[in-house]
Ligand binder design. Sequence first.
Ligand SMILES: [Zn+2]
Length: 411
Amino acid sequence: VPISAPRVLVACLLASLVACTGSSTLDDAGTRDDAGPASDAGPPVDGGAHTDAGPADDAGPPVDGGAHDDAGPANDAGPPVDGGAHDDAGPANDAGPPVDGGAHTDAGPPDDAGAHDDAGLQTGCEVPTALPAPIETDLTSLDLSTTGVVRAVWFAPADRSFAPGLHERIERLLDVTEAFYRDEMALHGFVDDDGVGRSFTRARDADGRFDVVFMRGEQPSSFYHAHPNSPDAPGEALREMFLRLPSSFHQDATVLYFYDTFVVDGDTLLHTGQGGSAAPWQGANAGYALIGAHVLGVGFSTVALDPVKQACLFDDEAPSGLVDYAPEGGFGPLSRGAWSSVFVGAVVHEIGHAYGLEHDFVDHDGDGIESNVMGNGFRAFGARFTTSIAAPATVLGPWSATQLAPHPYIE
Ligand SMILES: [Zn+2]
């Protein structure tokens, strides 16, 4: 049963103080005035404001990026706000010392260990298949001849490895995202000449696979957690990506920056700031999304290599061991399935920002629950696959569809 509890947006969090997103509308109403986004910036959530908030700046373009979503206000708002987030965001920042404090700084290597390494491809939904681990990409031989496509870089600190099957799982994450936009755009009547809903196109390698750049950082994970003013920012990792990748990598494309710098601190994840923004920055139609590696699972899977098995993952009732805002609203411990719904949905949301979509908290169908991927509705993404997620399934609202349609990279 759909709950009317607070559903705060999380997603776009990002870095630093600024960050985040969010906001919600529902809950905080009072407090935040919801303002959050709205007020400050003006209609668009991302408004300008934050774009640059402090820390963000250091990081370079991408960083702020994220930011935008909602920046400032959110943090101030307090818990709900970050809500979103993540958990990390808001509260964390405020918390100050404690937050970063101990936890991650050291945590680095040891912590993760378990967590992501093996990507746990377990779950009873799929029989684990022996897959190769990606090998580090030779940055001097990138094929960047095709523009207008989605590119991705996966950044792993020097003390973390690329998990077996990682490339395949990233590809599945994009399959799910692309299908969402294709199906939703078709429902709104935005189809190509063959009557197929319009969506984005991925960069492909010579073998036809999603062309992901796998980069090993020059520093251990603790280094990327060290920024004293932006404990949740991926800024150091992004900075290194920008220093080492050719500028043309970011040009005239939609770039997904994945950074495997998160750490698990009890029931909370740290260093998971995410965000997304669109051009103009590296080309008139360019955009990017910042995506923490945690979205692919923390000891369990969020995407199934066999598409038929995807619903099974969203049905997984085993405890995730983590807390966040549930698909139906309310903050607390999440099952693996609910957690997967929230974070796969978050990726779809951030990629929407990369194509210029703004937040949309409007209850278009009047059922009392806002289900937009660009609002808080992204959390119920799993409801598109299974009825075990008790909230109306995530949709692309009509305003977002209309805004996306003229984008030259959406074909
Ligand atoms: Zn957002």
